[in-house]
Design a protein around this ligand. Structure first.
Ligand code: SAM
Ligand code: SF4
Length: 337
């Protein structure tokens, strides 16, 4: 049955019967921050000539929507520092068949761009915020300035997105004492919040994730001392498990790659800024779509066939092991978080 599904035109179904309808596009691996769990202080970035152009990204996005993808997330690196990125949001936002255009950002450019993103059709936006203390924020992001991100959050609130969600990676002894503050901050502004367990991606030169692991269950237990968490079946199509907070009416999500494996329902693939289609976050399985698009410019059918063929190498699950040295040497900024 699986093979018949694989070859069916017009839909992307992998060999485990999972329908892929969600693509995350990393538009750059560069960033104005250097978060300790995501990048080293000194980084080598993809040479500019190897980057997909914004037009190539728009073409690949179109191919995906013609194959039934109805949700696209623009991410990075920091997506909003790529020059002219707003034009890509406009191109993708206008694609027929697209139900949701969303983005994940560190918020630093939102004072400038929030209104443009909304006008281009972005419905929901995730903003990363790990600390409300300027010093701690600086230590976690290395270069980040909290007041700029807070101004970005205000700009996003003013722009009127359907939903804004804060993403917080919790690291023991860095920011685990800010969980309640972060939830209060989000709740007061009618924003949802997700807590993310740190994933051991890349060569982390700051701390050992094995020693600083703080589980979603620990976060939840702490929250339950201050708030009423009501189970909900609501989902945004991602790996977050959500609860509604009785006191605020907003939602709290837990993204738990270690403690709760979510691969069984994985509906997504990722496009890196240099054009590799990654079939899975924790794996090296990939297909070089830049080669396809540059060796056969304008050949949409060939591009779509390459994407269809890629479904046959999407693996079943992930391979994170906190006790082992990371075997996946890509950093999150390259993968597209
Ligand atoms: N620069 C944008 C931002 O920070 O939101 C978008 C890209 S970033 C890679 C996307 C998300 O991945 C962020 O919420 C970040 O906190 C998360 N992230 C990065 N490295 C991670 C890691 N090692 N484990 C868990 N989450 C990580
Ligand atoms: Fe930049 Fe986002 Fe990675 Fe932080 S998590 S270094 S903001 S890409």
């Amino acid at each position: 049955m699986a093979n018949q599904q694989l070859n069916r035109p017009g839909k992307l179904i992998d060999r485990f019967g999972r329908r892929v309808n969600y693509v995350r596009i990393s538009v750059t691996d560069r960033c104005d921050f250097r978060c300790i769990y995501c990048m080293c202080e000194e980084m080598t970035f993809v040479p500019r000539a190897q980057l997909l152009t914004l037009e190539e990204m728009a073409t690949i996005a179109r191919a995906f929507t013609e194959l039934g993808v109805d949700k696209i997330r623009i991410t990075g690196g920091e997506p909003l520092i790529r020059r002219n990125v707003v034009s890509l949001f406009y191109s993708i936002g206008a694609l027929p068949g697209l139900r949701e255009l969303v983005t994940t950002t560190n918020g630093s450019q939102l004072p400038l761009l929030a209104k443009d993103l909304k006008a281009a059709g972005v419905k929901r936006i995730n903003i990363s915020l790990d600390s409300l203390d300027p010093e701690k924020f600086r230590r976690i992001t290395r270069f980040g300035e909290l007041h700029k991100v807070l101004a970005g959050i205000d700009a996003a609130l003013d722009a009127g997105f359907e939903r804004i969600k804060i993403n917080s990676v919790i690291i023991k002894n860095r920011n685990h004492d800010e969980i309640i503050n972060l939830v209060r901050f989000a709740g007061e502004r009618a924003m949802d919040i997700s807590f993310i367990e740190e994933m051991p991606l890349g060569l982390n030169d700051d701390h050992n994730p094995n020693e600083t692991y703080y589980s979603s269950d620990q976060v939840r237990a702490e929250l339950e001392r201050a708030y009423t968490l009501l189970p909900t079946t609501e989902t945004t199509g991602g790996p977050s498990k959500y609860f509604r907070i009785g006191e605020t009416g907003t939602r709290v999500g837990f993204i738990s790659p270690h403690s709760h494996n979510f691969c069984g329902s994985c509906n997504r693939v990722r496009l890196t800024c240099d054009g590799r289609l990654l079939l899975f976050l924790g794996h090296e399985h990939s297909v070089d779509l830049r080669h396809v698009i540059r060796s056969h410019p304008g050949d949409m059918e060939r591009l779509k066939q390459a994407i269809r063929d890629a479904m046959s190498i999407k693996p079943e699950g992930h391979e994170f092991d906190l006790s082992a040295k990371p075997v996946i040497l890509r950093h999150m900024n390259v993968t597209g978080g």
